[in-house]
Design a binder for this molecule. Sequence first.
Ligand SMILES: [Zn+2]
Length: 73
Amino acid sequence: MTCEDLAGLLLPALRGHLAATDAEAIGAHVAVCTSCAHDLPEMQRIWTLLDTWEELPPPERVRDQLRSHRPRD
Ligand SMILES: [Zn+2]
């Protein structure tokens, strides 16, 4: 697994929607990759904050900002 692979799995992983094999692969990568091992707790923290934040409907101005920051394909 590469760092890019891990990034692709991170969203479902942090949401708790992850196959056991993928979870094992993430664990194995983080065990050998200091960069991802360092980033993972921070990603989890950010995602927890986002989860909390999503419980409240964002103001229209914030939704506009989110729409303008949506990554392009
Ligand atoms: Zn990595």
